[in-house]
Design a protein around this ligand. Structure first.
Ligand SMILES: *[C@@H]1O[C@H](CO)[C@@H](O)[C@H](O)[C@H]1NC(C)=O
Ligand SMILES: *[C@@H]1O[C@H](CO)[C@@H](O)[C@H](O)[C@H]1NC(C)=O
Ligand SMILES: *[C@@H]1O[C@H](CO)[C@@H](O)[C@H](O)[C@H]1NC(C)=O
Ligand SMILES: *[C@@H]1O[C@H](CO)[C@@H](O)[C@H](O)[C@H]1NC(C)=O
Ligand SMILES: *[C@@H]1O[C@H](CO)[C@@H](O)[C@H](O)[C@H]1NC(C)=O
Length: 383
């Protein structure tokens, strides 16, 4: 009876979440992950460098919560897997010493068997999941080299959008469209195609780009704003995932970045150089994002009031100062504009107005009362 309920809950969860998502060939959709089984014995190092990584850009399955743990263990059991590798590693006997191998840091969720993690020697730090009896779903440590286990590899699922059924390269919520040209051309080409020049937001996405977009050098959608800091063209904050080559030998005066397929690193490049690039086109309609509390948000971008007090730092790379247009503003709203030195420049209380900043940095603050929408652009766009 208990099993029945567990199954029912599981089916319900996977059904509800899976409606609008799909997987590539050979993968099974489980919750919002695409899973594939390698059911032979492999040491952990092989599992980490398997064709799942090198052909599909996947990673060993990572488990972030109890629902995922249950779903993955049910999936493994349905495939008759024995104990199998999962994407985690422990350095000592404390759970706090265990890390996810998707580079998201120490494990926030774990489901170790009683007495684990147990690291008797350093080579024992790899983590596997049991599939048998009452301990199914529990984690133990296994010898990374000497244990030969099955493994499950995962990729993010793909959002279904019939309009992009012909898109060759899809990953997570985006279609990756190839083009060739310099940065100015790439920006306008991507804009015409309802996308932006490719940013890379995680190790997983970096792996996907390295192994699936078979182009040796790929211009990235990032431009340098300060000495050592960049802004992404798609408006996502810089710095969440930074894979720049620590020993980049290219000229320090170059303002763009290029992805090097051989090692997966990003290196400096000349923005005016014509090269391969990809546009990232969202596969589902953009949900409105206030971008609350972002620093170095690259214009052109849209911001709007959040649920409470918010600040934004807007930047335009290059020589042009920034302009902000207020397109909507509720009665009783005040938005404060500060210059690069945090001196108050202007208070905005109505829509239909714009403000020209004197530099390419503008700080915006809203106390959370009322609501507004604004668009920021470089002054070169002034009609
Ligand atoms: C999923 O698809 C259904 C119907 O096809 C639609 O109503 C719903 O908005 C979609 N959900 C998302 C998150 O796109
Ligand atoms: C973990 O515990 C075992 C048994 O108590 C001990 O032999 C081992 O040295 C411990 N490992 C570490 C890394 O402290
Ligand atoms: C871009 O989006 C608009 C509005 O949704 C659509 O009409 C247009 O066909 C799209 N353009 C391309 C190249 O997909
Ligand atoms: C943004 O920052 C302000 C001030 O630090 C804080 O009160 C607010 O909760 C933050 N909002 C979000 C959504 O993080
Ligand atoms: C805003 O306030 C003014 C004067 O107080 C009022 O006439 C107007 O209708 C209000 N607008 C909205 C959208 O509430």
């Amino acid at each position: 009876m208990k099993l029945f309920w567990v199954l029912l809950i599981f089916l319900k969860i996977s059904f509800v979440k899976s409606q609008n998502r799909t997987c590539g060939m050979g993968f099974t959709l489980v919750l919002d992950k695409c899973l594939i089984v390698f059911d032979d014995g492999f040491p952990h190092s092989y599992a980490e460098q398997s064709e799942c990584v090198t052909m599909y850009g996947g990673t060993l399955v990572n488990i972030h919560n109890a629902i995922e743990n249950r779903a993955v263990s049910e999936f493994a059991i349905s495939k008759n897997l024995e104990t199998f590798w999962i994407g985690a590693f422990c350095f000592s006997n404390q759970t706090s010493s265990c890390y996810s191998d998707d580079y998201s840091g120490p494990l926030k969720y774990s489901n170790f068997h009683k007495g684990y993690p147990l690291i008797e020697k350093p080579s024992n730090g790899c983590v596997s999941m049991l599939t048998k009896g009452g301990q199914a779903g529990r984690w133990i440590n296994s010898d990374c080299q000497k244990s030969y286990l099955s493994f499950i590899c995962e990729l993010p699922s793909i959002i279904i959008n019939p309009a992009y059924s012909n898109c060759h390269d899809k990953f997570n919520g985006f279609c990756y469209l190839h083009g060739f040209g310099n940065m100015d051309y790439a920006e306008s080409y991507c804009q015409q195609n309802n996308g932006t020049v490719m940013s890379i937001q995680s190790q997983m996405e970096n792996t996907f780009v390295q192994y699936r977009l078979v182009t040796e050098w790929i211009l990235l959608g990032a431009k340098r704003v300060f000495q050592n800091s960049y802004a992404w063209a798609d408006g996502t904050p810089w710095g969440a995932f930074d894979n720049r080559n620590p020993v980049d030998r290219s000229l320090e005066t170059l303002d763009c970045l290029v992805f090097y397929q051989l090692n997966g690193f990003w290196e400096r490049t000349d923005c005016s150089l014509k090269q391969d690039f990809y546009c990232k086109i969202p596969l589902e309609p953009k949900v409105e994002d206030s971008k609350c509390n972002s620093t170095m948000l690259m214009a052109p971008t849209e911001i709007s009031s959040g649920d409470g007090p918010c600040t934004w730092q807007l930047v335009t790379p290059g020589a042009y100062p920034i302009t902000i247009y207020f397109t909507e503003m509720a009665n009783g709203t005040t938005v404060e504009l500060y210059d690069v030195n945090m001196q108050l420049s202007q208070e905005i209380k109505q829509s239909g107005v714009y403000f020209d900043a004197k530099t390419n940095i503008l700080n915006v603050a809203h106390d959370g009362v009322g609501s507004f929408k604004a668009v920021a652009k470089a002054q070169t766009y002034h009609d």
